[in-house]
Design a binder for this molecule. Structure first.
Ligand SMILES: [Mn+2]
Length: 232
């Protein structure tokens, strides 16, 4: 079975493991996490990142929050004359923006780790894909963090910019590829209307699985083969 979950945003790691257990997730299954493991709640998702690095059947797809963490990787550099010289207004703006967007808790949790562990996490994130295409139950899926901004049916997935894949804010009326289902998170479904609070949204061409774990709701684990939903 192929499962997807998204926008854990510091969701307690042990609860994620319990949720996978509940779904019967095993060695023959595969889990894609569609970005934004870090920031906002709890310990900032750092425990989940440390776990993720050693999983062979779990893949993180980069979210805008991991992307911001990577853009702030300079805070984990050893302080030297040249590291001070390389601090630009742009980098400091990025850090301020990241802290304001919930990154503070992640930076603090990262700071408690060894230098080696910090660099291992950053290296792991640098290797994470921006999207994946998979087949499950005979259907094709595109898995991506935020959607497909500036969508055009003639445009191939590899032609989208990082900005378009990680920062899209889809409308309910948006229609994506007709021959494959696009699955994303990033936009909490409640922002499409109160009736979607804590639920995932399925349209004919896309599924938004961000049920709002970033602000205290339970995340939804979705099985792509049979569209079964699991909650803690
Ligand atoms: Mn996001």
């Amino acid at each position: 079975m192929i499962y997807v979950i998204s926008d854990l945003h510091g969701y307690p790691h042990e609860k994620l493991l319990a949720l996978l257990d509940k779904a019967g997730f095993g060695r023959d299954d595969f889990l894609y996490i569609l970005g934004d493991v870090v920031d906002r709640n709890g310990d900032g998702g750092v425990e989940t990142l440390n776990w993720l690095m050693y999983q062979t059947n779990v893949q993180l797809i980069l979210g805008n929050h991991e992307s911001m963490l990577l853009a702030c990787a300079f805070v984990f550099d050893e302080i030297t004359e040249s590291s001070i010289d390389s601090l630009t207004a742009e980098k400091i703006d990025m850090l301020t923006r990241y802290q304001a967007d919930g990154g503070d808790v992640t930076l603090k949790a990262m700071q408690k780790l060894s230098k080696e562990n910090q660099q291992d996490i950053l290296d792991y994130l640098r290797d994470c894909p921006l999207y994946e295409t998979v087949n499950a139950g005979g259907k094709d899926f595109i898995l991506v963090h935020a959607g497909l901004d500036n969508f055009s049916p003639e445009k191939n997935i590899e032609d989208y910019t990082v900005e378009e894949l990680l920062w899209a804010w889809p409308e309910l009326t948006d229609v994506y590829y007709k021959d494959k289902m696009t699955v994303f998170g990033h936009t909490p479904t409640v922002s499409f209307g109160k009736e979607y609070d804590g639920k995932i949204i399925k349209t004919d061409t896309w599924i938004d699985i961000d049920a709002g774990a970033g602000f205290g709701r339970e995340p939804v684990l979705l099985s792509l083969e049979d569209m079964r939903e699991f909650r803690f």
